[in-house]
Design a protein around this ligand. Structure first.
Ligand code: BG6
Length: 506
């Protein structure tokens, strides 16, 4: 069954105008810049959403020239450039590079001078967005350096985007917040989580608050449990240096999964305004807690991928990956059970899981509704299935609703069917990458989809008992091995089996 929509193509994108400005990327020689940021900026350029008075200044320690920077960036966009050679040529006239080490005060003055030159050349009016795509250990010193050089002085003309992870735990996030807020106003700070840039994550808000049918049943009276999954098929790739000290808990759970949890469970805001939305997200995260804070090993499972794959395509185990300690206990998989202590969700278990090298790439939120109070009909599979609303974040962006119907033929047996909505079929155009939306929003000065200081702290506080236990008595929370390209360790299945449930196998 397909739900049809008849969108007017024009008007799908609400146009807002980015003012003349220079986007400064620190960490311009890094992976994120060429894999995500430059492609996203090029996309905005092709969509004619960047002003003509616009420049991108890449900064890193490497002694590249503007020309070298342009060449490096073009290597990661070969297919795009082949299709749009003229656009790329035009786009690169806006790309500049300056070798900068933010730890060297003389470099920040060099940066200031270069920015003034760019202002003259491209008429960017001293309007700047600084993007910290550097190692998290440089977030504090980066903010201080920019502030000391006077580059964050004007809150109307300067803003700073900070990548995740923001802190390593509750205390370090608090400390980092204090430092950042000494350098800039909270309204200038954009803590980015690219999951909030995904169309399907934003759609949870629209689905919930633009329809009348969902909100009345979106609570403990009708929902029996919620599963939130973000599964990846890739391994650690070439990021062992970062991942070894992060693990799935810090890399995915504290930010991406927690944001999906907050959007799914928050109360309706009074109006669609950045602070109203962020107030509600922060509030619900403050009410969330691990199912067993005193004994986290009873509600959390950690795993680590081992070898797997096929004879023709064997896959390495995590401990054999380049740069990984052969005795590493870093988790590449986490599953856990949470509760939210408020009127709407009291008693409803939330199961969240994420992992690398799992069987399938998929992110989804699954709301399972309570069983019908009386079973009047025989069910095809023995027992009637519970209604489920599945919000497909990626891939196959969309949603599906599962419910029972009469099985054809004589008798009155029921069987489940699915009603489906697909972004692709309804809108016929792929959604933009999360970074396209978020970069545009940061440059527009719209903080709705960025994490506020209290939200980021609440998200860390939620996992504190777990982080402390891993730190103090890691044997209580061992990393169970799971074969690559399977659904994680069997201990994670037992976590749900205790509640007579199964993980959904998407
Ligand atoms: C990043 C993590 O934030 O998100 C990566 O650091 C992960 O480890 C990635 O692979 C997943 O993002 P997406 O959009 O592919 O689900």
């Amino acid at each position: 069954m397909i739900m049809t929509t008849n969108p007017l193509r024009i008007g799908l994108r609400q146009e807002r105008v980015i003012s003349p400005q220079c986007l400064v990327i620190f960490g311009a020689s890094g992976d994120l810049t060429h894999r995500k940021l430059i492609p996203a900026l090029f996309e905005l350029f092709k969509q004619r959403r960047l002003p003509s008075e616009f420049a991108i200044l890449g900064c890193a320690r490497r002694p590249w020239t503007d020309k070298e920077f342009r060449e490096k960036m073009s290597k990661s966009l070969t297919e795009e450039i082949r299709i749009n050679p003229n656009d790329w040529k035009e786009f690169t006239t806006r790309l500049f590079y300056e070798p900068i080490n933010l730890d060297h005060p003389e470099d920040t003055f060099k940066l200031k001078t270069r920015l003034e030159e760019i202002d003259k050349l491209k008429a960017t009016h001293a309007n700047r967005t600084f993007y910290l795509s550097v190692s998290p250990k440089f977030y504090a010193s980066g903010c201080k350096a920019l502030s000391e050089a006077g580059l964050l002085k004007d809150p109307k003309r300067s803003r700073i985007v900070i990548e995740k992870p923001f802190g390593r735990d509750y205390r370090s996030a608090q400390k980092l917040n204090r430092i950042v807020q000494n350098c800039a106003l909270e309204s200038q700070v954009y803590r980015i989580d690219h999951y909030l840039g995904k169309e399907t994550v934003q759609n949870i808000l629209v689905l919930r608050f633009a329809n009348t049918i969902f909100e009345p049943i979106w609570n403990r009276n009708y929902i029996s449990n919620v599963q939130i999954t973000s599964a990846e098929t890739v391994g650690v790739e070439d990021r062992a240096g970062y991942y070894e000290s992060s693990g799935a808990l810090r890399d995915m759970v504290q930010n991406h999964l927690t944001q999906m949890l907050a959007i799914t469970t928050m109360e309706p805001p009074g109006h669609f305004d950045p602070e109203a939305i962020r107030n509600e997200k922060s509030k619900v995260l403050q009410a969330a807690h691990l199912a067993n804070e005193l004994e986290p090993w009873k509600c959390c499972v950690r795993g680590q991928y081992s070898q797997g794959g096929t004879k023709s395509n064997p896959l390495k185990g995590y401990r054999e990956e380049v740069g990984v300690n052969p005795n590493s206990t870093t988790e590449t998989y986490v599953a856990m059970k949470l509760f939210i202590n408020n009127w709407r969700w009291q008693g409803v278990p939330f199961y969240i899981r994420t992992g690398k090298r799992l069987a399938k790439r998929t992110s989804e939120v699954v709301l399972t509704f309570r069983e019908a109070p009386v079973h009047l009909f025989d069910a095809a599979g023995g027992t009637p299935t519970s209604n489920q609303l599945i919000l497909r974040i990626q891939p196959d962006e969309g949603a599906e609703f599962k419910f029972e119907v009469k099985s054809p033929g004589s008798g009155m047996r029921s069987r489940p069917v699915e009603m489906e909505f697909s972004y692709d079929e309804s809108f016929g155009e792929p959604s933009d990458e999360g970074y396209v939306r978020l970069l545009a929003d940061a440059m527009l000065g719209d903080p709705t989809l960025f994490t506020r200081s209290d939200e980021v702290e609440a998200a860390w506080r939620l996992y504190t008992p777990l982080l402390e236990m891993i730190e103090d008595s890691p044997w209580q929370l061992p990393t169970y091995q799971y074969e690559s390209r399977t659904w994680g360790p069997s201990e994670a299945d037992q976590l749900l089996a205790k509640d007579q449930l199964l993980w959904r196998r998407p």
